[in-house]
Write a protein that binds this ligand. Structure first.
Ligand SMILES: Cc1ncc(COP(=O)(O)O)c(C=O)c1O
Ligand SMILES: N[C@@H](CCCC[NH3+])C(=O)O
Length: 458
């Protein structure tokens, strides 16, 4: 009889793909005999030494190359689809600027993201505002700025927006986000298009709501939007969702309403370990096969696929804590407050030493954990990794999406520095947060009084 549930007893070690295999799949990374791990043209050990660790590194050249691959796949499929980068994945102004220079618009989910996108120079008419909880204030801001489109997720939101637009004498260009009830075949926490998920308007209600939107003051219905989830590896779920949207478009048009556009959302997955990377061609093919011949303006909202592989997190070993005969705990100077994905989704990220000197021996079982006071504070658990000793520096791969943006300062850990690499150049794009910044905006009411000089027992 097991004395604990199986999930708690897990002690098997997953074999990591070898480093050569990991690097071969990532053309922006290369191990050089002299300079160690190069990101584009920059030795990562220089960055780790000069800025300290942990530090997030993003590659501008890599971002551009990925954007171009995606845009090319859309063109090849005969789709003039606009690309609205989902800035939640990585909203640093420099990242936004690099992608905007390539022609990207933005998909935002808050007033803050809207203001960030505008601050980065993205024209408001190239911005789409999604999300289930837009406030009246955010709607006013969007209309005041002249946003391109609001993707609405409920009848309640539609009524509110109509009233606000009418009062402002504005016209809100709107798409209805539909929940197609399709299984995205991804992690349950990042599935968004199944009935019961909080996102989108129930498929059965969408046609009637569109007709209502057409009759409401201040509302210009453009079409529909769909986004079924994130980290989707195969085209089948996309295709299933787009087929349902195509049927909806036909039905709504038959009833006499114009449908001009469909926003096909994001969700294209990347290869973290050895899974297949989501294919832009297959994604574009799924759109073309279902929505391509309908005379629609098309748009997509990719996040992870563009930025995920374009970033790494550099971190250093504080100490190796032996655990009897069990795999040691390699305690890093980064933690779940920096990179939350492994703790939140048991996500797997590749780990590569920054140079030969950072690997003290052949691969051995280990758990890579952070210093945060949580058992779940793990970055790479149950792994076989090159032998890491105190002071060794490693890169945690594919952290460009949902990495720095999901950081917190839990355990009074300041936000890590950020660096942008571009070919052989690099620059700090956000310094490490000074620890004093953590309490700079806090105040203690006068009536609380000073701290006691000694404890009551003394
Ligand atoms: C509405 C919407 N669009 C786009 C995205 C971007 O998704 P991904 O990063 O998986 O491409 C998301 C996040 O899941 C989203 O909620
Ligand atoms: N944060 C998630 C993705 C959420 C996508 C946004 N709806 C991840 O890291 O995988």
């Amino acid at each position: 009889m097991p004395d604990q549930p199986a999930t708690l007893r897990r002690d098997t070690i997953d074999a990591d793909p070898d480093m050569a295999t990991l690097l071969a799949a990532r053309p922006h990374l290369r191990m050089d005999a002299l300079d160690g791990l190069l990101f584009e043209g920059v030795p990562l050990q220089h960055i780790a030494r000069e800025t300290g660790t942990p530090v997030w590194v993003t590659g501008a050249g890599t971002l551009r190359a990925r954007y171009r691959r995606l845009a090319e796949a859309m063109r090849e499929a005969g789709l003039g689809a606009r690309i609205h980068y989902a800035i939640k994945a990585n909203d640093h102004l420099a990242v936004l600027r690099v992608l905007a220079a390539e022609g990207a618009g933005a998909d935002v989910v808050s007033g803050g993201e809207l203001m960030r996108a505008v601050e980065a120079g993205i024209a408001p008419e190239r911005i789409v505002f999604s999300g289930v909880g837009k406030t009246a204030e955010e709607m006013r801001l969007a209309l005041r700025l002249g946003i391109g489109q609001l993707n609405l997720e409920s009848a309640e939101e539609l009524s509110l927006l109509s009233g606000i637009a009418e009062a402002m004498g504005a016209e809100a260009r709107v798409a209805l986000r539909v929940n197609p009830d399709v299984d995205a075949l991804t992690h349950a926490k990042i599935s968004t298009g199944k009935a019961g998920d909080k996102f989108g308007i129930a498929y059965a209600d969408a046609a009637a709501l569109y007709a209502r939107a057409a009759a409401l003051p201040g509302i210009v219905p453009l079409g529909f939007a769909v986004h079924i989830g994130s980290q989707i590896a195969t085209p089948a779920p996309f295709r299933a969702a787009f087929e349902r949207i195509a049927a909806l478009v036909a039905r709504v048009r038959e009833s006499g309403h114009a449908v001009r556009m469909v926003d096909c959302g994001g969700g294209l997955g990347i290869s973290y370990r050895d899974e297949a990377e989501g294919s832009p061609r297959a994604f574009a093919g799924a759109i073309a096969a279902t929505l391509g011949g309908l005379g629609l303006d098309l748009a997509i909202e990719p996040g992870r696929w563009l930025v995920g592989p374009s970033g790494v997190l550099l971190t250093r070993v504080i100490r190796v804590k032996q655990d009897g005969g069990a795999p040691p705990f390699v305690v890093l100077d980064s933690a779940m407050n920096d990179l939350l994905r492994p703790s939140l989704y048991e996500a797997w990220h590749g780990v590569v030493p920054l140079s030969a000197a950072d690997a003290a021996g052949p691969a051995a079982p280990a758990h890579l954990v952070g210093p945060v006071c949580e058992t779940g504070d793990t970055l790479a658990r149950h792994r076989t990794l090159p032998l890491l000793t105190d002071g060794a520096a490693v890169a945690i791969l594919d952290t460009g999406a949902y990495g720095a943006v999901m950081s917190s300062t839990y355990n009074a850990r300041p936000l890590a520095a950020q660096v942008l690499v571009d070919g052989e150049r690099w620059a700090v794009i956000r310094p490490r947060q000074p620890v004093e910044a953590l309490w700079r905006d806090e105040s203690v009411p006068d009536w609380i009084g000073p701290a006691s000089p000694a404890s009551p027992a003394e």
